[in-house]
Design a protein around this ligand. Structure first.
Ligand SMILES: [Zn+2]
Length: 414
């Protein structure tokens, strides 16, 4: 089959995308999904198996009682490295073509760490994971950072929640370090990609994935295509204005969602509460140092039924739910996936988000929309990033055998 171009190239991309999006599929399902001739599907599948991209993962019985082979991506064909930089962590994941995690490593970083030191820690994690792995060969890497990205050049333009992080030439720096093609992406988009291929949004063409941690970001798919916006800056739900007279935001604006409901905002409010004597439990958890309190501490206090901590999480969840109701009225997603540190802090926050969405969303839009909590944990963005880095292999624009192509496709894989 001709790679990359022409009708056969298109069939190849469709088949591989369909199997990745659904986890597995039979030849008959592929033929039905694309109204393709069964024989043409079989020929294409045999070529992809010969190339090592597809494997038979089992047998399934059709309604007519006939057995057919289930096809899935062949994890052993290639692996990629995904590095996720957040305001408080660096997480590295090695994943194979099927998305299985082969190895991982992480560092906690404290806010305010110099950019050079952060980059050194990212390179250390990447090199350590790369050098420990022989099979499958690591063909590509991806680095995700919250904030504005110029994906064509692989430049991270700005990350408001990381001090001094401006115009970091991710691709250049990491390609030089690792010697494999490197792609850069916004971490909310790699989180959304992970949910689509491995998580709660599998099979959903229209969904949003919201990452609520130190900051708040959103990745979205419309019609099965990842959206980046006109200048790659879409998804900044954390900087939608909730109160024009509100507190100054790290972005330079005022009253953004992040000033009310992010991990950073909750920590700030909790510190004020401790100083005002509103929670002895939080005071004890932080050994009497209000500045040391984190959103995680608030989650712990809420799980121990501390009324003040619960009220902080309910207020934050309600604000996120209001913003999500507005976003859902515009985008009409079939699934909303909630992820990030605040979501794992417990049910109080998630229930408040769901309640607020129900309260504020226009009747008629919400009834078919599911709000689900991510099950991928902290590694979601890094896993999604690794799979995004492997897209070139599925599209036939990067040779798995050579793995030396350095100009990385930035198409949405649609
Ligand atoms: Zn803002």
């Amino acid at each position: 089959m001709t790679r990359g171009t022409g009708a056969q190239g298109a069939a190849r991309r469709r088949i591989l995308s369909f199997i990745r999006d659904n986890g597995e599929a039979s030849r008959g399902e592929i033929a039905r999904a694309f109204a393709m001739d069964k024989k043409a599907v079989s020929v294409a599948v045999e070529t992809l198996r010969a190339e090592g991209l597809l494997a038979v993962s089992g047998l399934r019985e059709s309604r007519a009682g006939r057995r057919s082979e289930s096809l899935s991506l062949n994890g052993g064909h290639a692996a990629a490295l995904g590095i996720d930089l957040g305001a408080t962590h660096v997480i590295g994941v090695l994943a194979d073509l099927a998305g299985t995690v082969l190895d991982r490593a992480s560092y906690e970083i404290r806010p305010g760490l110099p950019v050079d030191l952060i980059l050194t820690q990212m390179k250390t994690i990447a090199s350590r994971l790369l050098s420990a792995r022989r099979e499958p060969v690591v063909r590509a890497a991806g680095v995700c950072v919250p904030g504005f990205i110029q994906p064509e050049e692989g430049i991270s333009l700005v990350a408001e929640n990381i001090n001094g992080w401006r115009d970091v030439h991710i691709r250049e720096v990491f390609q030089l370090e690792l010697g494999i093609p490197v792609q850069a992406e916004d971490s909310s988009r790699s989180f959304a990609a992970a949910e689509r291929w491995l998580g709660q949004a599998r099979g959903a063409a229209d969904f949003i994935a919201v990452d609520i941690g130190y900051g708040i970001g959103m990745g979205m798919y419309c019609g099965g295509v990842l959206q980046r916006g006109g200048s790659w800056k879409s998804g900044e739900i954390g900087h939608t204005v909730m109160d024009p007279e509100g507190l100054p935001c790290a972005c330079g604006g005022r009253g953004c969602l992040e000033t009310i409901a992010s991990g950073r905002a909750i920590a700030r409010q909790a510190a004020e509460g401790i100083r005002a004597g509103r929670s002895t439990l939080l005071r004890d958890l932080t050994k009497g140092i209000p500045e040391a309190v984190t959103a995680q501490d608030v989650g712990i206090a809420a799980s121990m039924l501390d009324g003040y901590a619960i009220s902080l999480l309910v207020d934050a969840g309600s604000a996120v739910g209001l913003a999500l109701a507005n976003a859902s009225a515009i985008l009409n997603p079939s699934v909303v996936v909630l992820g990030g540190g605040l979501v794992s802090s417990g049910r109080v926050f998630v229930d408040a988000v769901k309640d607020a969405v129900r309260r504020h969303l226009m009747p008629g839009i919400g009834q078919d929309m599911r709000i689900l909590v991510s099950r991928l944990g902290a590694d979601g963005p890094a896993r999604g990033m690794a799979l995004m880095a492997l897209e070139g292999i599925l599209e036939g624009t990067r040779s798995a055998a050579a793995g030396t192509r350095t100009s990385v496709s930035t198409s949405d894989g649609g």
